[in-house]
Design a protein around this ligand. Structure first.
Ligand code: ABC
Ligand code: CA
Length: 474
């Protein structure tokens, strides 16, 4: 599928080994062990209704190719990022038929499959690596000479030295060599077509020269979203020209800092967005927006304040880009950094009758209604108003989101004053999170006072009537 076909979707990110087992069993899974726990592609198929019920229409799964086997000082390759053979699948997750069946089961529900892919490195548990273990890159000359990245400000080192360490070196492919480039390009073309993949999440993008990417992306022929782990929009900006989309890491840094406690700074989040809107090829419209992923501490390990959590979770769904939710957030998982943030979802029982599950369902529905109500929703940049350290209003007509980080212990009044909200005079709006009504003033502006610390997501009642689901008894 193309970038345009992905733009109106929302993505559920999962780690295959940790999402679901094929027989519905719940084997023990201690994240600290860093071992395979038993999740498979068949397991994912068995829980597609759960993901669909949450309102997602795309699933990003962890890498699928054959990985380093056995143990290392960093555990096993359950996450899938330790490639040894790009031409085979990881048998721990199932067979080729299982992966095809997952793709087909998604397509039957009109959902998309996104697969995570790694081209920067192959991984070994010895130093120097035994290159003959790698397929098809079985010679030392297929790799950059060994040197571990120590200086992240030196872009040549970032691109040509190695991630990992001497215990588990991430041998850095020589992506300057024509034969390596053409092998990777023909591999990705086959992978996408063999498994009817709709989109790719590309790993370690900043570790490969920028001008490698256009050829790879065009060989893939589907939507691509890249990981450039960096805080600065100015660092990401050039990468927005070489692939469809990037994970919105700069906004993730300011988003988590803004909402982790009531002294965070929402102005800093707004500033990141303004910088990104000004410098990315399509502004913020094509970023993948997220609050959690498998590399970072879960948000609920930073705070247990239910209002802060709901505000932060709202952000990815009400801004310009494509919303991404990392599995387990909806179940209130609280794991810290890698490996604690890769909990088995079977411990949750996949319960749908929970506050954050409901929150996610409403946010997905609200976004869908806003897209349906305004044909320009996806192509019009959000306007940020009422910006202070503790309040922020995100206007993407017909949707207006009111966010705050005062938290649920606050008794302080919060005010959002949005005279330029742009609604028709006296338009009746509803906060879809509570079904409370708010009326726009005679110039279409919105002034809201609250004291609870909760976020509000406003839509005109006219945008709701078609839905029959959220706040339909109004
Ligand atoms: C393993 C163990 C861990 C152990 C670690 C050292 O080794 O499991 O317990 O702590 C995979 C696995 C990991 C595994 C690694 C290495 O492989 O998932 O469990 O960790 O063996 C991607 C994936 C990630 C994956 C890989 C490798 C890459 O999302 O899951 O990891 O295929 C770098 C890369 C980034 C990569 C990330 C893990 O490492 O750039 O692509 N993610 C700075 C650097 C970043 C760097 C980051 C590492 O440190 O700039 O480039 O990311 O933590 C901000 C700065 C940032 C700074 C951050 C930390 O602070 O602005 O620049 O990032 O203020
Ligand atoms: Ca590299």
């Amino acid at each position: 599928a193309t970038a345009a076909e992905w733009q109106n979707r929302t993505i559920y990110q999962l780690v295959t080994d940790r999402f679901a087992t094929p027989d519905g069993s719940g084997p023990p899974c201690d994240t600290g062990d860093r071992k395979y726990c038993g999740g498979t592609w068949k397991g994912i198929i068995s829980k597609l209704d759960y993901i669909h019920d949450l309102g997602f229409d795309a699933v990003w799964i962890s890498p699928v190719v054959a990985n380093l086997e056995g143990n290392t000082t960093d555990g096993q390759a359950y996450h899938g990022y330790w490639t040894q053979d790009i031409n085979s699948l990881n048998s721990k997750f199932g067979t080729a038929d299982d992966l095809k069946a997952l793709s087909a089961a998604l397509h039957n529900r009109s959902m998309y499959l996104m697969v995570d892919v790694v081209v920067n490195h192959m991984v070994s548990n010895s130093d120097p690596p035994d290159y003959s273990n790698f397929t098809p890159f079985s010679k030392a000359s297929n790799f950059h000479p060994e040197c571990f990245i120590t200086d992240y400000t030196n872009q040549t080192d970032v691109e040509q030295c190695w991630l990992g360490d001497k215990d588990v070196p991430l041998a850095d492919l020589n992506t300057e060599a024509d034969d390596v480039v053409s092998s990777l390009n023909s591999w990705i073309k086959s992978l996408v077509s063999d498994y009817a993949i709709d989109g790719l999440r590309i790993d370690t993008v900043k570790h490969v020269r920028k001008d490698f990417w256009p050829g790879f992306v065009s060989s893939a022929g589907v939507f691509t979203i890249g990981e450039v782990l960096h805080e600065e929009p100015s660092y990401l900006a050039p990468y927005t020209k070489v692939m469809d989309s990037l994970l919105d890491y700069p906004a993730w840094f300011t988003l988590t800092a803004a909402f982790r406690n009531n002294t965070g700074n929402l102005t800093a989040l707004a500033t990141t967005v303004w910088q990104s809107q000004a410098s990315y090829l399509s502004g913020e419209l094509m970023v993948g927006s997220f609050l959690e992923n498998h590399d970072q501490p879960r948000f609920q390990s930073l705070t247990q304040d239910s209002s802060l959590i709901k505000n932060a979770m709202t952000w990815p769904f009400v801004q310009d880009g494509i919303p991404i939710l990392y599995y387990g957030q909806e179940q209130g998982y609280t794991g810290g950094g890698d490996p604690s943030n890769r909990e088995a979802l079977w411990y949750s029982g996949y319960i749908e009758d929970k506050p954050l599950v409901t929150h996610v369902k409403i946010l997905n529905e609200a976004r869908r209604l806003a897209i349906a109500a305004n044909t320009s929703f996806l192509t019009t940049a959000a306007l940020l108003y009422a910006v202070s350290e503790s309040t922020l209003a995100v206007s993407k007509p017909p949707l207006l989101a009111l966010l705050t980080n005062v938290g649920n212990i606050s008794t302080a009044a919060t005010t959002w004053n949005v005279p330029d909200a742009g609604y028709p005079a006296n338009e009746v709006l509803v906060d879809v999170l509570t079904c409370n009504k708010v009326t726009a003033d005679k110039s279409g502006g919105v002034l809201v006072h609250a004291s609870s610390g909760e976020p509000q997501v406003l839509l005109p009642t006219s945008a709701l009537s078609a839905s029959g689901s959220i706040c339909s008894n109004l």
